[in-house]
Ligand binder design. Structure first.
Ligand SMILES: [Zn+2]
Length: 213
């Protein structure tokens, strides 16, 4: 006995357990979860584009002080040292650890910046039909880069070394660290707000009518 399958656009598969089901219709600020494993399938955020744009711009503004203002200043035996993320990269490079310097540069600066720029472009391009294919490409690039941005790991590294140094030297936490934490929180908030299903739906709309965001 054969049962006719609904059109493919009406189906959705759970990311976690691959259960195939009809695409649930959700209202504003509602979410639908997989009935089998509980994974969040779709979320519909109100004013997703505007809210995400505000968060992307905030994160981009925070990016500069987070990387170039002092994270910690250290006073050891009368010697004062001020460290920023950028000076850390340079320090590693000058100490002959070019490989590690490159990894730190990639994971703490370049990849997070690229991610934010991809998100900015996707959000700006969303209402324009002619830009949507490019936006789709960059949104895919963004998803590939997600595994490479390791701000959280980096932050824990800073905190662990700060605690270890406390016994040896006088330590002051700098403005840069505050901006770094704020940047991380903004990015987490952005990930929650910029619901991927809404972005993909908006990017795959054929007509150039304004995206439902
Ligand atoms: Zn599931």
């Amino acid at each position: 006995m054969t049962q006719s399958l609904p059109p493919l656009e009406e189906l959705i598969a759970c990311h976690e357990c691959d259960l195939l089901m009809r695409h649930p219709r959700v209202g504003l600020e509602q979410k639908a979860c997989c009935p089998r494993c509980g994974f969040e399938l779709v979320t519909h955020r109100s004013h997703m584009r505007r809210r995400s744009l505000a968060l992307v711009l905030t994160a981009l503004i925070l990016f500069v002080p987070a990387n170039f203002l002092p994270i910690i200043s250290l006073n050891l035996l009368g010697q004062n040292a001020v460290d920023t993320v950028w000076s850390g990269v340079l320090g590693l490079y000058n100490a002959g650890m070019e490989g590690i310097a490159l990894v730190v540069l990639l994971c703490s600066m370049l990849v997070p910046l690229m991610k934010l720029l991809c998100q900015l472009f996707v959000l700006l391009a969303m209402p324009y039909a002619e830009l949507r294919p490019a936006a789709c490409y960059w949104y895919r690039v963004y998803h590939h880069m997600r595994e490479w941005g390791m701000l959280e790991v980096y932050l824990f590294g800073i905190l662990v070394s700060a605690v270890k140094l406390l016994d040896m030297a006088e330590l002051h936490l700098g403005v840069g660290l505050g901006c770094f934490v704020a940047l991380m929180l903004t990015q987490v908030w952005l990930e929650v707000t910029m619901s991927p299903h809404q972005v993909w739906d908006a990017l795959s709309e054929k007509e150039d009518g304004h995206a439902r965001t």
